[in-house]
Write a protein that binds this ligand. Structure first.
Ligand code: NOJ
Ligand code: CA
Length: 703
């Protein structure tokens, strides 16, 4: 033993440790890597000469009881440069430049003779690293207890965070200094799966602002066959350490087989908040598209038999009010209908008509299939079969009616997190969708996972979501996943994964104390960093007391801000989420939802500050039309919009959907005004937004 230690120390002392540096193409970001005296790998990062990440250790705890965060020697380092321009199948911009410098460090863990590669990529707005083990790593199988990647911050930054929970992201954001993080204080009404890992544990992505004006976002890219990353904080030292979401096996977060690699750990940095929102580094760190024929992937707008189930005293998903029913053995035709079932043929046709009349591409219907009578909260295995409609949902009639009107149908597969059941039945679910001509599917994972003990963000479920995405791609179906793990840019690889929810959506405004007016100014800096969110904007009937007297729930925005969200919350699936009858009362405002694009050739983040405001302009795909969304938090704000981005020499008609003079998200949310103005490149426009307000603008060139 002593001899082994002596040899080890001798090996390490023979090592001349030389710090290696890799800079971003412009030199803005500079990353240094080294191994210290006891063989601990560490890195640090600066932005324009300012420290962003102070020396931070890297490594692992495997379940073999050995510590893989020290006793490493550097075997070899290499640097390369890379530039490429690629075109996403859909997105915020037409083409994306991937320009980075790469550093690879091959390390040897002396006590176990294990080889590990750390790969760094440094872009102008992001530094990233991942660990890789090839077949010669001296391991065939690896059981990871935890990954020990540190992010050692320079001060007590202002931080936007939600509590660490491997089963939900549906929380309100908290804003505190790093030293003020206390997950036990976070709002705990995540639906059914609220579980705090530890007081000092938060989800990634985390967004921060330093006192010297740096914006820093820590997250991950290309999560595959590995658990999602949470972060624990050492509040005295402002030091985050990765914590992998666990699963059913205590003490093992990830089961790996070499060759294998971890997701990328990303640190996006700028002195301008706008650059954080514009960053494409997470996409660049994902693999190119693996779907050969992407013709079936078409960004779309939808309405749905959906919000009417969320608002009070209205419709239900379930057909009957009987409970304790079994999927097999229940005669669903003999149940007494409750008279409130939303997914009935006549009602669905109403939505199809509304979609057809207003150029909305598709209709989503929830609650169409048997099993909703006791679908949630019982942690039972056999809930839905995904192929049997309720007696009052005539799938033949509905799908032929939709087809006759040129409207697409979107399937709903709520799994109630009985995931083994879904995996058993997914092929027949897909056959059903193909048979009836559905073009996409919204999946859902409400409740605790079955297999029991697995978690929404653990490795087993990460693999499940990927299996489902691939299966849907093979079947030519688009996917919108709710309650799934937060996305990390995989829509580059599988662009049929159009959107995920994976955060606290607009629905919370229907039945809980809701989302704070600042919520939508934080989401793009956090949850949306990894991919689009199906947030379901467009609610015009803001107060739930309009459905049920005395109800205090409400949407925490003005109506105009609901319109602006179609631009500020990028998604290639956008729902016009409210009921058709509520739109019919405000068809002048609904015009914006009809007009707005869902796929873009260009995007300009005009101004942004996390937690306060965001203004974004986007140019519609294949068109000269631009759309602008501006939103503010609970404070009113005047935004100075500069039309620098417009084409020179062209005149545009701007239609401006603004808050009314007396608008206020609480006392007068539906006060809005619509007016037109002629604008050209270089013009400026002052827009006043109410407390919790916003403004939407459409710009069309004058022929
Ligand atoms: C939660 C989803 O977010 C929501 O959109 C859906 O209506 C319900 N689950 C039921 O599946
Ligand atoms: Ca949800």
């Amino acid at each position: 033993m002593k001899k082994a230690l002596f040899t080890l120390l001798l090996t390490l002392s023979c090592l001349v440790s030389v710090a290696v540096e890799v800079n971003s193409p412009s030199g803005n970001l500079s990353l240094t890597f080294d191994v210290n005296k006891v063989g601990k790998p560490f890195y640090s990062l600066t932005f324009k000469g300012k420290d962003v990440i102070e020396p931070s250790y890297m490594g692992f705890k495997f379940s073999d009881g050995k510590d893989y965060s020290n006793w490493f020697t550097i075997v070899k380092v290499d640097t390369t440069s890379f530039t490429e321009t690629w075109k996403p199948v859909w997105g915020e911009v037409d083409s994306i430049i991937d320009n980075h410098n790469e550093l690879t460090a091959l390390l040897k863990h002396v006590p176990t003779n294990t080889f590990m590669m750390i790969r760094f990529r440094v872009f102008d707005d992001c530094a990233a690293f991942r660990y890789e083990f090839d077949r010669n790593s001296n391991h065939a199988y690896i059981k990871v207890e935890n990954e020990v990647s540190e992010f050692n911050l320079t001060g007590d930054h202002k931080t936007f965070w939600i509590p660490g929970n491997p089963d939900s992201n549906e929380y309100k954001y908290m804003t505190t200094p790093l030293s003020g993080i206390d997950a036990s204080k976070a709002d705990g009404d995540a639906i059914g799966t609220h579980m705090i890992v530890a007081d000092n544990c938060i989800q990634s992505p985390v967004m921060m602002k330093s006192s010297d004006g740096l914006y820093i976002n820590i997250f991950e890219a290309a999560l595959s066959d590995y658990p999602a990353m949470m972060l624990t904080i050492d509040k005295k030292n402002f030091l985050f350490t990765s914590l992998l979401a666990g699963g059913a096996v205590k003490g093992v977060a990830a089961f790996l087989q070499t060759p294998c690699k971890t997701p990328w750990r990303t640190i996006i940095v700028s002195d301008k908040a706008e650059d954080i929102l514009a960053s494409k580094s997470i996409l660049n760190l994902n693999e190119p598209c693996k779907i050969e024929n992407t013709d079936f992937i078409k960004p779309f707008k939808m309405v749905g038999v959906w919000w009417e189930m969320h608002v009070p005293a209205h419709s239900s998903w379930n057909y009957a009010d009987e409970w304790n029913l079994k999927l097999a053995g229940t005669d669903w035709n003999s149940l007494k209908p409750n008279g409130r079932h939303g997914a009935n043929t006549e009602n669905v046709k109403k939505y199809i008509d509304f979609a057809a009349d207003n150029g909305i591409d598709a209709v989503l219907v929830e609650g169409w299939n048997i099993g909703w009578e006791d679908w949630a909260g019982n942690w039972k295995e056999e809930v839905f079969d995904f192929v049997t409609p309720y007696p009052d949902f005539d799938v033949k009639e509905i799908t032929s009616y939709a087809a006759s009107k040129g409207v697409k149908m979107i399937m709903h597969n709520e799994t109630s997190s009985s995931v083994t059941n879904y995996e058993r039945r997914i092929d027949s679910a897909i056959d059903f969708m193909k048979r009836w001509g559905y073009t996409g599917v919204k999946t859902g994972y409400v409740g605790w996972i079955i297999p029991r003990g697995e978690t929404h963000d653990g490795q087993w479920m990460v693999n499940h979501y990927e299996r489902v995405t691939k299966k849907m791609a093979d079947a030519g179906l688009m996917l919108d996943a709710h309650e799934a793990v937060r996305p990390t840019g995989q829509h580059r690889t599988y662009p049929n994964l159009l959107a995920c929810e994976s955060a606290r959506g607009n629905e919370f405004n229907a039945w809980s104390d809701g989302n704070l007016p600042e919520h939508e100014t934080i989401l793009p800096f956090t949850r949306l960093m990894g991919g689009p969110m199906d947030y379901t904007p467009g609610i015009f009937k803001i107060k739930m007391s309009d459905y049920q007297g005395g109800n205090t729930c409400q949407v925490h925005t003005t109506l105009a801000k609901q319109l602006a969200l179609y631009v500020t919350m990028f998604s290639p699936i956008q729902m016009a989420a409210d009921l058709p009858e509520n739109y019919k009362e405000h068809m002048d405002a609904f015009q914006f939802i009809k007009d707005v694009a869902v796929n873009w050739d260009d995007t300009k983040v005009l101004e942004a500050e996390p937690g306060d405001y965001i203004t974004i302009a986007r140019k519609a795909k294949g068109s000269e039309n631009w759309f602008i969304g501006a939103i503010t938090d609970e404070n009113s704000r005047t935004s100075d919009i500069k039309f620098d981005f417009l084409d020179a020499g062209k005149k545009y008609i701007a239609t401006i959907y603004a808050d009314g003079k007396d608008a206020d998200w609480f006392s007068n949310p539906t006060s809005y005004t619509i007016y037109k103005k002629s604008v050209k490149k270089g013009d400026k426009l002052k827009i006043k937004m109410a407390n919790g307000g916003g403004c939407a603008i459409s710009l069309k060139p004058v022929e």
